[in-house]
Design a protein around this ligand. Structure first.
Ligand code: GLU
Length: 480
């Protein structure tokens, strides 16, 4: 049975790189009908940010990455918040000491600082590595503060195979005797994630490639305990495009990088998820790009994950988002629109029709308000806007004639829907010896004050209603 986990540290917002990790971990599990666990890694108390855990949970809820075990939902391996598991780590660290793979270190802060001053890169000098058991016991009895360090092998090579990056080896002489339990009794990430992955039955460790080269230290811990190593799936870096064409690690200067910011910017959760699914993975034997989460579960396999850095392309995301918005049901679009359109609308305005016109013409929801502004209120415009060579409108007189003739037709109509309007206005073309397109051009400018609009003249009239239509035509006539 495949078990994966997403193990974020609650240090702030949800970076989209992290969300991709969550998604891939979820997919690796769900492709096999396995278990997906959420574990909160909050033992680094200095980096802990209040409220960050809620952001993580909200993000997973909104994107539909439902976890089978985790805080709130529970499960047989809880608690799922590391700060609540402190005692467990201490117990396992002591076991590791007994196994000869870790040791107590009583070095004072001052000693370590001095060491660092003398040789910043050399690291810890293993001063306490060979203390006699008697001395250790004496120090413990005396209540000396201590840390517990990993006793890394001094010679040889440690190797593991990553499912994406292949064989990774490290000369053991390069390894530090890293701290497993800190002086405050809290474990380091290096230690507790291994203990938890083991205790929670994690079979596949899916995470960012920044952990690729520290993983030899972790497999040594598995080996020391005699535990079976998990399968490692390190994900490629996520890069952003710089202005000069180079790429660097995706950060705020490339654009919004948090899931929350993308949402407020008008991106849909499902579009974001679909897009980031493709940042580091592609389906086998197909160039297909659109996937629902359920479809991803079907097709996602680890051998489709690439080790080349993935470049986040905001234009591509925007395009994806537009496609997703256009495909929304009217109902869902209306629900989204409500949160993005703050201003009040005139009562006579047909909001549903307006949103139907806008839906297929925006790429993100935050464009809605701007694009809808002219429906709410006629913008100031210059009468020159009416002149248009393509429609052979070169004189204001022509426009005046069209508007003057159209006005009584419009004011007498009993229904004011698009079809009725179109049918009623169509004969004007023949009557005035003009193309219908030219007639509609004049009317569209008059009712919108814009040269480019979502929808044609009669569609706009239907949205703003008879009263506004006539008022806007009167305004145009006064300009002319
Ligand atoms: N807490 C670590 C992080 O957020 C987790 C890394 C891992 O998945 O092992 O980067």
């Amino acid at each position: 049975m495949t078990v994966t986990r997403f193990a974020p540290s609650p240090t702030g917002y949800m970076h989209i790189g992290n969300l991709r990790t969550a998604l891939y971990a979820y997919l690796v599990a769900k492709h096999d009908n396995g278990t997906f666990i959420l574990r909160i890694e909050d033992t680094d108390r200095e980096r802990f940010v209040e409220g960050a855990t809620d952001i993580i949970k909200d993000t997973l809820r909104i994107t539909g990455l439902r976890y089978d075990e985790g805080p709130d939902v529970g499960g047989e391996h809880g608690p799922y918040v590391q700060s609540e598991r402190k005692a467990i780590y201490m117990e396992y660290a002591k076991r590791l000491v007994d196994l000869g793979a870790a040791y107590y270190c009583f070095c004072s802060k001052e000693r370590l600082e001095k060491l660092h001053e003398e040789d910043a890169v050399g690291g810890y000098d293993r001063h306490c590595r060979n203390l006699s058991p008697g001395q250790v016991q004496k120090n413990l009895d005396a209540g000396l503060p201590f840390v517990i360090r990993q006793k890394a092998p001094l010679t040889g090579v440690t190797t593991y195979t990553d499912s994406v990056f292949g064989e990774i080896s490290m000369n053991n002489e390069e390894l530090q005797d890293q701290i497993l339990i800190k002086a405050d009794g809290y474990p380091t990430y290096n230690f507790c994630h291994v203990i938890d992955d083991y205790l929670m039955g994690v079979t596949h460790v899916v995470r960012g490639s920044e952990y690729l080269t520290s993983t030899p230290k972790y497999v040594l811990l598995y080996d020391a305990f005699g535990w079976e190593r998990p399968t490692y799936v390190h994900l490629p870096l996520m890069m952003g495009k710089n202005e000069d064409g180079t790429v660097s690690k995706l950060s705020k200067r490339h654009g919004a990088v948090s899931f929350q910011d993308l949402l407020s910017d008008g991106y849909l959760p499902e579009a974001i998820l679909n897009y980031i699914a493709l940042l580091g993975w592609c389906p086998k034997d197909s160039t297909r790009e659109f996937f629902t989460l359920d479809e991803l579960k079907e097709v996602f396999t680890i051998d489709g994950v690439s080790k080349s850095p993935a470049v986040f392309d905001y234009d591509k995301l925007l395009w994806f988002n537009g496609e997703y918005i256009h495909a929304l049901s009217d109902e869902r679009f209306l629900a989204y629109a409500d949160t993005f359109m703050k201003e009040a609308y005139p009562e006579t305005l047909n909001k549903d029709k307006m949103l139907a016109l806008l839906k297929t013409r925006i790429a993100k929801l935050s464009e809605l308000d701007d694009r809808a502004a002219f429906f709410r209120e006629l913008p100031a415009y210059d009468k020159e806007l009416f002149l248009n060579k393509k429609n052979k409108i070169t004189e204001y007189d022509t426009v005046r004639t069209v508007l003057t003739q159209a006005r009584p037709i419009l004011s007498e109509l009993t229904a004011f829907d698009n079809d009725t309007l179109f049918a009623a206005l169509s004969p004007l073309g023949e009557a005035l010896g003009m193309k219908l397109g030219a007639i509609m051009w004049c009317l569209r400018i008059a009712v919108s004050g814009l040269s480019a609009t979502p929808g044609g003249a009669t569609e706009i009239m239907e949205v703003i209603g008879r009263e506004q239509t006539l008022a806007r035509i009167d305004h145009a006539l006064s300009l002319l």
